[in-house]
Design a protein around this ligand. Structure first.
Ligand code: 5GP
Length: 122
């Protein structure tokens, strides 16, 4: 399916510098920043600078350079936060069933505590 990107979403505003963020890492094609409502001691969001709604949109339509940059940015954030030592969870919510609040691709990198099983019913 073709996604329609809403340029008024909050992460687009962050990328345009219209609202502040607590930056962890910025690369040519990606930005990582701390989640405003952290759900774990480490809770970083990593977004591409390009206008992609979900991971499958990005994986299908982004350039090789964007995909490499984004993937490496995720690795750099994991290394910066040291999450490989005790483990972590990476989540990317999509659409209604995924309960995606912000319609600009982001992965959540969560760590710093035990995170329980992957899915709770509810
Ligand atoms: P989603 O449900 O779309 O996967 O997650 C969106 C995430 O973005 C949530 O964890 C929420 O706390 C975070 N968020 C929403 N608005 C802002 C904001 O203005 N700044 C930052 N840093 N995080 C935000």
């Amino acid at each position: 399916m073709a996604y329609t990107y809403d340029p008024q979403n909050i992460f687009a505003k962050i990328l345009r510098g219209e609202i502040p963020n607590d930056t962890v890492l910025e690369t040519e094609h990606s930005l990582a920043f701390n989640d405003i409502r952290p759900q774990a001691p480490i809770h970083v969001l990593v977004i591409p600078k390009g206008a992609y709604v979900t991971y499958d949109d990005f994986a299908a339509n982004a350039s090789d350079a964007e995909i490499i940059d984004y993937t490496r940015a995720i690795a750099k954030v994991c290394a910066m936060k040291g999450v490989e030592a005790d483990g972590f969870r990476m989540i990317s919510n999509a659409g209604e069933n995924g309960v995606q609040e912000v319609p600009h691709l982001h992965v959540h990198i969560l760590g710093g505590r035990g995170l329980g099983r992957m899915l709770e019913r509810g």
